[in-house]
Design a protein around this ligand. Structure first.
Ligand code: HEM
Length: 510
């Protein structure tokens, strides 16, 4: 009897947790998947992906691409298909986007930690409504309004660089956070250090929760009776703290809207506006608004840091960019700031923004684009439930001399379209909702920083270690004013934008 159990229990477990890619699809057809490495029983390739974030060369992800344009990984009871070339990304994520836009269940990161309310991780049915509402962030009229705010915040950032050049990385963070804070909630950033660092911690813990719990790889375990879910108290506690931080940001905004004293914002004019007919409740609205701030601040800050690293490493590209700006915006006493209206004329700067994201991708893998129906593609049969994931490092390296920072590679007539040929914002129906805002922030700040400042190393550093997650100085940089004439330009622009005094305050954020 015991001998019998010894074999049947593991066999039953293996059958119960069989990865979705090994099961028959909706039409009863057996799966036919691309090749992949050998995995271990039950856990599959979970260990293969365990340490990928620690390796700055992302060697594991590069090795996985040796299986071809697609690589199959079984991860617990999930199956991922890594997409290793632009061609298959375009075929699967963009062209078949109707069938590949749901997400796999994540009882911890999406369920407990996010109260099933962060749209980023929601399955298709629950995601449609928040996405509909967020769509406004991509439309032309809204972008025009937001563009004015971006230009004002950028004028403050440049003045902060002037007054406190040693704190360059903090200015990047203040800019990124303030812009998206204002767009979402309406006010320029007036939060205390504590409030900001709490929100930063929320992002860190949320991002850290993605994929870190074994339950998210075996989501069936979340069906166990609650008293057997021994992992719950830990995550519940984190979720409650997250929820309280959110409320401390949300309640004052909601009150202002109720009182009729709120300034224009996404929350006032779209999310809670009666015309929008948003069907979510107050808690849904809070997660939607705060998620925007989370998603928009760190990413933009990190991209600006990468651009500074590129300027240390590739002075030639920096010089070329400055020549372009000088040609369009003049030099010295006759110069003016580049504005968003200059995008068409400052194509090298646009190309630089794309190269920043390709050269050192912020996301090495995108969230899974899970199929809601069986998919037949080039002889393969993918059953519904399989997740397609962009192998960003490998896809971004599909070019000559991929380790080099070469903005020229994007000078192809599509410079002003940041998603053309670049998959850092994901793609298909789930594409980053803030990509146009991000593009504009990168354009403005890259152009103005290059116009006004020089960047040199201020000590030894390793270009492979960007320390993106650090809120201290990530690598040593000496920022100097290009020429005294630019001091006046920066002060004049900050004065005109009404932010000179704020810039002098240089409040300590984080
Ligand atoms: C360099 C900057 C940025 C990068 C690289 C980036 C990248 C991404 C990626 C890869 C995704 C997932 C897409 C997918 O699944 O295919 C995403 C989603 C998202 N991003 Fe961004 N992002 C950036 C800036 C921003 C900004 C500025 C905002 C907000 C203003 C924002 C808001 C969001 C939101 C709300 C989602 C979830 C969208 C949904 O649920 O449909 N992002 N982003």
């Amino acid at each position: 009897m015991h001998f019998h159990c010894f074999f049947t229990v593991p066999a039953c477990l293996a059958e119960y947790f069989k990865p979705v890619g090994k099961r028959k699809g909706q039409r009863g057809i057996k799966p036919r998947l691309p090749a992949g490495p050998a995995g271990v029983p039950l856990f599959g390739h979970l260990l293969t992906l365990k340490n990928i974030r620690e390796d700055p060369d992302c060697q594991e992800l590069k090795d996985l691409a040796k299986f071809g344009e697609m690589t199959t990984l079984h991860l617990g009871s999930k199956t991922w298909i890594l997409l290793n070339s632009k061609r298959v990304v375009s075929e699967i994520i963009a062209k078949r986007g109707n069938a590949t836009n749901t997400r796999s269940p994540m009882p911890i990161a999406s369920g407990i930690v996010s109260h099933h309310r962060r749209s980023l991780l929601l399955p298709q049915e629950q995601w449609k409504e928040p996405r509909r509402v967020m769509h406004n962030l991509l439309n032309g009229t809204a972008l025009k309004q937001y563009g004015e705010w971006q230009q004002q915040e950028s004028a403050q950032m440049l003045a902060e660089y002037l007054f406190q050049p040693k704190r360059w990385y903090k200015h990047n963070y203040r800019y990124a956070n303030s812009v998206v804070h204002r767009i979402a909630l309406g006010e320029r950033l007036v939060k205390s250090t504590k409030e900001l660092s709490d929100l930063q911690d929320v992002v860190t813990y949320f991002v850290g929760s993605i994929g870190s719990s074994i339950i998210d790889w075996f989501p069936e375990l979340a069906r166990l009776p609650r008293f057997l879910q021994v992992w719950r108290p830990h995550w519940d506690q984190l979720a409650e703290w997250n929820n309280n931080v959110y409320k401390s940001w949300w309640y004052p905004v909601r009150k202002q809207i109720e009182d009729g004293t709120a300034p224009p914002s996404f929350v006032r004019d779209v999310l809670l506006h009666p015309d929008t007919k948003y069907s979510g409740d107050d808690e849904d609205a809070m997660y939607l608004a705060l998620q925007l701030i989370e998603a928009g601040s760190d990413t933009t800050r990190e991209a600006l840091n990468i651009m500074i690293m590129a300027s240390l490493e590739y002075p030639h590209g920096f010089k070329k960019a400055r020549d372009e700006i000088d040609r369009v915006c003049g030099t010295g006493n006759d110069s003016r700031y580049p504005t968003l209206d200059d995008m068409d004329d400052l194509r090298y700067i646009c190309a630089m923004s794309k190269e920043v994201l390709r050269w050192k991708p912020i996301f090495i893998l995108t969230p899974d684009h899970t199929s809601s129906e069986d998919i037949d593609f080039e002889g393969y049969h993918f059953p519904a439930g399989v997740g397609f994931v962009i192998n960003e490092v490998v896809v971004g390296n599909e070019c000559e001399n991929p380790d080099e920072f070469i903005p020229e590679r994007w000078m192809d007539g599509h410079e002003t379209d940041i998603t053309h040929g670049l998959w850092q914002f994901g793609g298909g129906r789930r594409i980053c909702i803030g990509y146009r805002l991000a593009q504009r922030s990168l354009f403005l700040n890259i152009a103005r920083l290059i116009q006004c400042f020089d960047f040199q190393p201020n000590g030894p550093y390793n270009p492979k270690f960007l320390n993106l997650e650090s809120t201290d100085e990530p690598f040593p940089v000496k920022v100097t004013l290009r020429h005294e004439t630019y001091r006046q330009l920066i002060i004049d622009e900050a004065t005109r934008a009404g932010v000179l005094e704020d810039a002098k305050l240089a409040r300590d954020i984080l």
